[in-house]
Design a protein around this ligand. Structure first.
Ligand code: 5RP
Length: 231
C-alpha cells in the first residue's frame, strides 16, 4: 500500500517526464507551491540543463529552487511559458480546482495565467464529483476581512480566518467551508467581484488542461471533456 507521500512522489516524477517532453533549452517553466510540488522541484532539479529557468508562485518554492540551482526569474521579465505545474486541494472532472491550501493562490493564479498549459498534479483522494468538501481559500485585504466574510455567508459558506497566516502579498485568508460548488466558474466570478477580495481559490474560469492523478495502480491522465475524466 503506497503512502500519500509515495503517491505525491510518483505523480511528481510523472510530471517531470511530461515537462521534459514539452520544454526546450530556452523555455521558462512555471512552478506552483505545496508538498507535491516540492517533490516535483526536487526531481526536475536533476534536469536543470533541459530548460532556461523557472518562474515561481511563492517565496517557499523560490527558496527551494534556488537552493537546488534552478534560476528563478521575475514574472515581469517573462512573456512566454509553455507549462505551469502545480498541485491542487480538489479537482473535479471538468478540471475545475480548489487551490490555496498552502496560501499561494494569488501568485499561482497569476503565474498560471501566463502559461500555455496548466498541468495539475494530485493524488486520487483529491478528485471529487463536486468541489467544496475542502474549505475554499479566499485571500482578502486585511481591512476588508469582515465585510467579505459577511458576503461569503450570504453565499451559504462559513468563512473562518486562517489564524496567524499572512500571505506572500501581506494579506489574509478566509477558508470557507460548507459550500457545494456546482457552478464553479460562476462562483469564482461572483467572489472575485466582492470588494476586498484579492483572489478566490477557485480555478474554474481557467482550469487545468491536464491532470496527472496518482493512484495505487499508477499515474493516470485526466483531461477535460473525456466522459469519465480519464484517458
Ligand atoms: C498551495 C496550493 C497547493 O497546490 C495545494 O494546497 C496542494 O498542496 P499539497 O501538494 O501540499 O497537497 O494550492 O496554495
Amino acid at each position: 500500500m503506497l503512502t500519500q507521500d509515495d503517491l505525491k512522489r510518483n505523480v511528481a516524477h510523472a510530471a517531470v517526464e511530461y515537462a521534459l517532453s514539452c520544454l526546450q533549452p530556452d523555455s521558462v517553466l512555471g512552478v506552483g507551491t505545496g508538498s507535491t510540488v516540492d517533490f516535483f522541484i526536487d526531481a526536475i532539479a536533476g534536469h536543470r540543463e533541459r530548460f532556461r529557468a523557472a518562474v515561481s508562485s511563492s517565496e517557499r518554492s523560490t527558496e527551494r529552487m534556488r537552493k537546488l540551482g534552478i534560476p528563478v526569474l521575475d514574472l515581469n521579465d517573462v512573456d512566454d511559458m509553455p507549462l505551469y505545474v502545480d498541485g491542487a486541494d480538489e479537482i473535479d472532472h471538468g478540471m475545475n480546482m480548489i487551490k490555496g491550501g498552502g496560501g499561494a493562490l494569488t501568485r499561482e493564479k497569476i503565474v498560471s495565467s501566463v502559461a500555455r498549459q496548466f498541468v495539475c498534479i494530485v493524488d486520487e483522494t483529491k478528485v471529487v464529483d463536486v468541489l467544496g468538501r475542502f474549505p475554499l481559500p479566499v485571500e482578502v485585504i486585511p481591512m476588508a476581512r469582515n465585510v467579505v466574510a459577511r458576503k461569503l455567508r450570504e453565499l451559504g459558506g462559513e468563512p473562518r480566518l486562517r489564524e496567524g497566516f499572512i500571505t506572500d502579498n501581506g494579506c489574509e485568508i478566509l477558508d470557507v467551508s460548507g459550500l457545494s460548488i456546482t457552478a464553479p466558474a460562476d462562483m469564482e466570478a461572483h467572489i472575485n467581484d466582492i470588494p476586498g477580495v484579492v483572489c478566490c481559490g477557485l480555478f474554474a474560469l481557467a482550469g487545468a488542461d491536464l491532470a496527472l492523478v496518482s493512484t495505487q495502480q499508477g499515474v493516470r491522465r485526466m483531461v477535460k471533456g473525456s466522459a469519465t475524466g480519464e484517458i
